[in-house]
Ligand binder design. Structure first.
Ligand code: UDX
Length: 459
């Protein structure tokens, strides 16, 4: 099938390349000429494991092309996925101006039948607005369309895997025709009948659930899913604070709580809070949706508040250990909002660093992928070639993104090159026992248990 994907960001590019890999011919559109140039020259606008190969293979196979004019794609493609950004406005609402602009462009050039699918994360009832918009602005009387919602659940850092192995595919439609078209588009993924580009020996795979509902419900499913995951994280962070206060071990608490199948172990890792381009933004937008609908979303406002306070609490821990931070050299491991990505949008590590810089600390940082993006946001940081250089002569090292490579560091060497062997772990990535055995002062999140304090030699 010929498919148009409008927007070559994380969602658009992964969707476009994934669709092409499963046999569709895909035209991916972006009005950022530089990005189109980068993509057509075989380079990537951002780091995402497995995506470069996928894009390159399908570009060479002529199943995937990148253009800057939407008209070219609309003329050739019946199905059009809208994957543009919906950033946050001052008042917390989602900014839908890019979605509207795309809709207007489609209205101006479309002829015949099209299925227009919103994949960007949008507030409920956006699909209704799109339908009305097409009715008002269509240039040709021949243009008629179905609007559908098809929320994505891709995680940065594992987006390609999430495209090919989703927990479910959700579509919100108003017609059987639209449902059938979307089922056809996703057939290879639903049946898992493709050669897996991620796993060499991809285990036997069961059929993926295909959830068909109305447009409003599909739109809500996305916001509700992300808000629930964010709530789980704020919940365990709240528990971590209690563990520190009463002397308990959040690691054990999370482990045992997560064993309850009704709760599940994932997203119960305490730390310096959630960041990225989705959770903070979607939570704000969903709180606005609730408010506008006259519903009490106090629960989600509390999830946000707990998350914002993570930075304060972690900075207090640093001050507790260093007393005065002015003039102190502090090393930082990790700048990305999570591992396996170069994304620093709403990055908790950068929020911590900004606080320390404002108090006159000297920050030297290292991240395997995100330093270029971080430089644009925080030029005052001293960027280092590796984790050792960041630790060199430091009074403390902050572990803020749980990159695998940090777990393979030679800790003995780290201890020798630091001015003071103090590690503050904002992601509980290290083991307390190991750090104590290596002679570090080690502070993590939520470990108030006497046993752990004993291991750390703390009174
Ligand atoms: C998220 C959703 O997971 C995905 O389904 C949706 O499509 C987009 O938003 P992403 O933002 O890439 O994906 O990151 P995710 O892996 O969900 O992590 C979000 C944040 O939560 C990160 O900052 C991460 O460090 C933090 N996190 C995650 C925790 O602090 N604790 C956890 O247990 C899990």
């Amino acid at each position: 099938m010929n498919i148009a994907v409008i927007g070559a960001g994380y969602v658009g590019l992964i969707t476009a390349a994934g669709m092409a890999e499963t046999g569709h011919r895909v035209i991916c559109v972006d009005d950022d000429l530089h990005k189109i140039e980068v993509l057509n020259s075989g380079r990537m606008p951002f780091y995402e494991p497995g995506l470069e190969d996928l894009v390159e293979r399908n570009r060479r196979a002529k199943r995937l092309e990148f253009v800057s004019h939407i008209e070219d794609a609309v003329a050739e493609c019946q199905a059009i996925f809208i994957c543009v950004g919906t950033p946050t406005l001052e008042n917390g609402e989602a900014d839908l101006s890019s979605v509207e602009l795309v809709a207007r462009r489609i209205s101006e050039c479309a002829r015949g039948y099209h299925l227009v699918i919103e994949k960007s994360t949008v507030p409920v009832q956006t699909g209704r607005r799109l339908q009305r918009h097409f009715g008002v602005y269509r240039k040709s009387s021949q243009f008629h369309c179905d609007v559908a919602s098809n929320p994505e659940f891709l995680r940065e850092g594992s987006g390609v895997e999430d495209f090919f192995h989703p927990d479910r595919i959700v579509v919100g439609v108003d017609s059987e025709k639209a449902a059938a078209l979307l089922e056809g588009i996703y057939q290879p993924v639903l049946e898992q009948s493709f050669v897996c580009p991620i796993h060499e020996n991809c285990a036997s795979r069961s059929r993926v659930p295909f959830v068909i509902t109305d447009i409003n419900s599909a739109e809500l499913i996305k916001h509700a899913s992300n808000s629930f995951l964010a709530m789980k994280i704020s919940f365990i962070n709240m528990i971590a604070d209690l563990c520190e206060a009463v002397g308990a071990d959040v690691g054990k608490v999370a482990e045992a709580v997560g064993m309850d199948k009704r709760i599940g172990a994932s997203f119960l890792r305490p730390g310096v809070g959630f960041g990225g381009s989705c959770f903070p933004k979607d939570l704000q937008a969903f709180v606005r949706v609730g408010q506008d609908a006259g519903c009490d979303f106090a629960l989600l406002r509390e999830v946000e508040r707990i998350n914002q306070r993570r930075i304060d609490l972690f900075v207090n821990k640093i001050k507790e250990e260093l007393w005065v931070v002015r003039g102190k050299r502090i090393g930082v491991w990790g700048l990305a909002f999570k591992p396996r990505t170069d994304d620093v949008r709403s990055s908790p590590p950068l929020a911590v660093i900004r606080r320390l810089l404002a108090e006159g600390a000297l920050v030297r940082a290292y991240d395997p992928q995100a330093m270029e993006k971080a430089k644009a946001q925080a030029p005052e940081i001293e960027y280092c070639a590796d984790a050792y250089a960041a630790a060199q002569g430091a009074e403390a090292v902050l572990a803020l993104t749980e990159w695998e490579e940090f777990l393979r560091l030679d800790l003995m060497k780290v201890r020798q090159i630091m001015a003071r062997p103090l590690i503050l772990d904002g992601r509980n990535m290290f083991s307390c026992a190991t750090m104590a055995a290596q002679g570090f002062e080690y502070v993590d999140i939520g470990s108030g248990s006497p046993a752990r304090k004993h291991q750390l030699g703390a009174s």
